[in-house]
Ligand binder design. Structure first.
Ligand SMILES: NC(=O)c1ccc[n+]([C@@H]2O[C@H](COP(=O)([O-])OP(=O)(O)OC[C@H]3O[C@@H](n4cnc5c(N)ncnc54)[C@H](OP(=O)(O)O)[C@@H]3O)[C@@H](O)[C@H]2O)c1
Length: 182
């Protein structure tokens, strides 16, 4: 059976590096969807990919809506794709390591502990967004790896023969499981 991969926010940066890497490592019958919210930028991104074996297709996909901005884009995307995921498929959420609880203000840690549902995650995320807006939250985003560097372990995660339950529900960097709280 041919394989299908889809990357959101893929017209530049990490998303584009992921599409390029997947297209090179997947087979000719496989398809990689390069998705984003602007047709011209999608076309330019697709044209910039060299040496791909798999088919690269572009699709418009904006993970935000007018009323919720992008803070709920991740959980919205999970809800949309989980019901159509094949048995051996994977949903991978790419988070900045600066977004782990370790880097958040200690006063905010307890907000994110033991959240039981996606709805609860959405609720707390919006509260955190509000804290950012009112200036009570702050973090420094310097020192991140380049998109190409960051894409390497993610492509390994997609394509390597890792038992499906190895990282289920876990926060990982490369192959290292990280604690959800300090
Ligand atoms: N770069 C790294 O090394 C690295 C490492 C770990 C984690 N991350 C995480 O990976 C994500 C991407 O990082 P990046 O460095 O590649 O950022 P980036 O260069 O700013 O790219 C962000 C991408 O998201 C798209 N986007 C924004 N809003 C969208 C929406 N509503 N719907 C669909 N696509 C949307 C943008 O498309 P438009 O052109 O339409 O704005 C753009 O293609 C971030 O969450 C970052 O924290 C990055």
């Amino acid at each position: 059976m041919s394989r299908i991969a889809l990357a959101t926010g893929a017209n530049q940066g990490l998303g584009l590096a992921l599409v390029a890497g997947l297209a090179q490592r997947l087979d000719r019958d496989d398809v990689v969807y390069l998705t984003g919210r602007n047709q011209q930028r999608l076309a330019a991104a697709a044209a910039s990919i060299n040496g791909s074996r798999a088919k690269v297709r572009t699709e418009l996909l904006d993970v935000a809506t007018v009323d919720s901005a992008n803070h709920l884009g991740t959980t919205r995307t999970l809800r949309a794709f989980a019901p159509i995921l094949r048995d051996s498929g994977r949903l991978i959420v790419v988070a900045s390591s600066l977004g782990t609880l370790h880097w958040l203000a200690p006063v905010l840690h307890e907000r994110f502990e033991d959240l039981p549902t996606l709805a609860a995650v959405d609720e707390v995320t919006c509260a955190w967004r509000d804290a950012v807006r009112d200036g009570s939250a702050f973090w420094d985003v310097s020192g991140a790896p380049t998109p190409a560097q960051a894409a390497v372990p993610l492509i390994d995660l997609v394509l390597d023969e890792i038992p499906l339950d190895t990282y289920y529900g876990q926060l990982i960097r490369g192959t290292t499981v990280l604690p959800w709280k300090p």
